[in-house]
Design a protein around this ligand. Sequence first.
Ligand SMILES: [Cu+2]
Length: 135
Amino acid sequence: MRLFLVLLMLGAAAPAAAQPKDDTAERCAEAAARYQELYGRDHRAEGVKTVLMYKYRFCPADVTIKAGERLRYVNVDKRTSHSVWLKAAGQAESERVFHEGVIEVDTRLPAGEHEVLCGPHWETDKMVGKITVEK
Ligand SMILES: [Cu+2]
């Protein structure tokens, strides 16, 4: 009887443990607002392609560039450091930068898709992005 009750409770608890909501869009909207606040500009209107790093996300996660084009990642998180690591492309991890830290990526890459990891957060928080290099 006791076992039955435990099973019943586990069954009741299961729906509550459903898929966590993907709130990337909300986090990225916050990141854009923080950049605007810090620099007085929209990061999408910068002359250099700019990806924000905020709350364990790259914003936007996916970028498309031409080989050799300038691409920078800016940390707009107050207390968390992030890095950019094109591990599969054979690059070393960048330094881990804090608030307002900027990482310029070496984009002399072969055409195709390249996975981008944040060193401290790709495994624990799935902070992963992608760079697509056009032909
Ligand atoms: Cu990170």
